[in-house]
Ligand binder design. Structure first.
Ligand code: PHE
Length: 515
């Protein structure tokens, strides 16, 4: 057993052991009244982890005096000070004389009213104030002095009343009841944190005390990069597409021509979506070259495509009567920030038209993309002028609308969305078009989750795809499911300069509840 001399002076854990060797249990409030609870807890945890002590935490609320109450405890209540000043004066005082006597205008203002109410003072001759009794009891001062001395008051109603008067507030006081533990000793034995080769060689391991593992300790913060929530949800969507045999489209171009963004999609040149209000146009350069092959393996026919698009808009073709307006080349060559990734799908389908499968015809294909698009919209809590579009297209022979509705069920089921509803809708480039809804259990209503449709023959035949090849497409925003997943209500918390970086660093990986 160690003697007390071996205990280091001024070392809190050792002081706790010292105190315990004399008394068991001890109360920290009496033994260590001036040591802060957090500091003491650190020392106690160290000892408890070695089973040298055990302890319980006692949380108590104690009344403490506010600054005004400290003054009252020392000098008396406002009303008592008013009374005392008037008692000293033989013929009473005017208000300004009283203020001078008390030395504090505010004390007089508050104290006067209360002293009148308690009938301690009265109005005398010529409006002078006089004391109307010989002696008073300054109850408030007495109550506050009791609390100041004992941190409590025998009458709980008094505390409630003083709290209401904002003279007293409750403060949480943490203290500890400390007992000797099974391995109590006065000396703290150094615990080994590692089993070393030296200890094995010397045999020291046999008698060494080992520090137990702390499985509760948090790892040190790693100052590493973090994926943005949109990236995490995007990753999940990509997995679903890959699982279903889709190929990712190259979406690395934000600027497109009106041709790829609109005309090739059979969007007429007067369509409101092409308005300045809805679309961002590039001012420098304003126009682009006509569409052409960008690499040697691109065997696409761009010349007849361009002519077909003009014809199908202006005069009609492929059994369609067209829109019958004079189609302007310039409009088609204007540069825009793409308003949808369907511009890319269109270019991909045009490339598909020149490919030959085993039967000499374009082979079935499944493409997807997830990337940024831009719309000239009023910015609010749920809209920015840009967002990320998740888009898929399926090209195949003999596709039917029913089969594709079933495909949608499977696709959305993979992200935990069930029970879809389809509503007829309109897109210039699809017929039929369907908005996709799902019943949201939390919101207890149908919410729109996507837009879809069968691409029109005016679009597909212009690019040279065979008549019996059908193409289905759909699109949704990446932001919406992300905001729902991460419970973000304002899009500005997710994207842009107001984003809280610690939110990005700390948000968890996402798992779409796959069916
Ligand atoms: N382009 C459509 C949109 O922006 C989505 C869509 C893609 C619709 C393909 C039908 C077919 O909402």
């Amino acid at each position: 057993m160690a003697t007390s001399q071996e205990v280091q002076q001024g070392d809190l854990p050792s002081e706790v052991l010292q105190a315990l060797s004399q008394n068991d249990p001890i109360l920290s409030a009496t033994t260590f009244p001036s040591i802060r609870a957090t500091e003491l807890k650190g020392a106690l945890d160290r000892l408890a982890s070695r089973s040298m002590i055990t302890y319980e935490t006692i949380d108590k609320e104690e009344p403490v005096l506010e600054p005004e109450a400290l003054e009252i405890a020392a000098n008396g209540s406002h009303e008592a000070r008013v009374f005392e000043a008037l008692k000293q004066a033989m013929d009473g005082l005017t208000v300004s004389e009283l203020e001078a006597a008390v030395g504090d205008k505010n004390v007089v203002k508050v104290g006067q009213g209360k002293a009148f109410k308690s009938k301690w003072i009265a109005k005398g001759k010529e409006g002078r104030l006089i004391a109307s009794t010989d002696s008073i009891q300054d109850v408030t001062q007495q109550q506050l002095q009791v609390i100041q001395k004992t941190s409590s008051h025998p009458d709980p109603k008094v505390i409630t009343d003083l709290k209401k008067r904002k003279l007293v507030k409750m403060q949480k006081i943490t203290s500890f009841k400390i007992h000797k533990g099974p391995k109590f000793a006065l000396e703290i034995v150094k615990e080994e944190t590692d089993l070393t080769a030296d200890m094995l060689a010397s045999g020291a391991w046999k008698t060494a005390a080992f520090k137990p593992y702390n499985f509760k300790s948090l790892g040190a913060d790693q100052n590493a990069g973090a994926l943005h929530p949109l990236n995490k949800v995007r990753h999940e969507f990509r997995q679903i597409f890959f699982e279903m045999g889709f190929e990712e489209m190259p979406t690395n171009r934000y600027v497109e021509t009106g041709f790829w963004n609109f005309d090739a999609l059979f969007v007429p040149q007067q369509h409101p979506a092409r308005d300045l209000q809805d679309t961002f146009y590039i001012s420098d350069p304003k126009t682009a070259d006509k569409p052409h092959a960008e690499s040697q393996d691109d065997k696409g026919d761009y010349e007849s495509y361009w002519e077909n698009v003009q014809e199908v808009h202006q005069d009609g073709k492929y059994g369609s009567i067209g829109y019958r307006y004079p189609w302007a080349e310039d409009e088609s060559l204007r540069l825009v920030l793409r308003t949808h990734t369907t511009a890319i799908s269109t270019a991909m389908l045009h490339k598909l038209a020149s490919q030959k499968g085993p039967d000499g015809r374009p082979p079935p294909a499944r493409y997807f993309s997830i990337d940024r698009v831009f719309r000239n919209e009023t910015v609010d809590a749920t809209h920015l002028a840009e967002f990320h579009q998740v888009e898929g297209v399926i090209a195949d022979y003999g596709l039917s609308l029913g089969g594709l509705m079933e495909f949608m069920e499977i696709f959305f089921n993979k992200m935990g969305i069930e029970d879809l509803r389809f509503k007829p809708a309109y897109n210039p480039y699809t017929e039929p078009s369907m908005e996709i809804f799902s019943f949201h259990k939390g919101l207890n209503k149908l919410v729109e989750i996507g837009n879809s449709g069968m691409f029109r023959p005016e679009m597909l035949e212009s690019m040279g795809l065979p008549k019996d090849m059908r193409v289905f497409g759909w699109g949704l925003s990446l932001e919406r499911p992300t905001m729902i997943k991460y419970k973000v209500n304002n899009i500005r918390e997710l994207l842009g300069h107001k984003v809280d970086l610690s939110f990005i660093e700390r948000n968890p990986a996402v798992r779409l509840e796959k069916a």
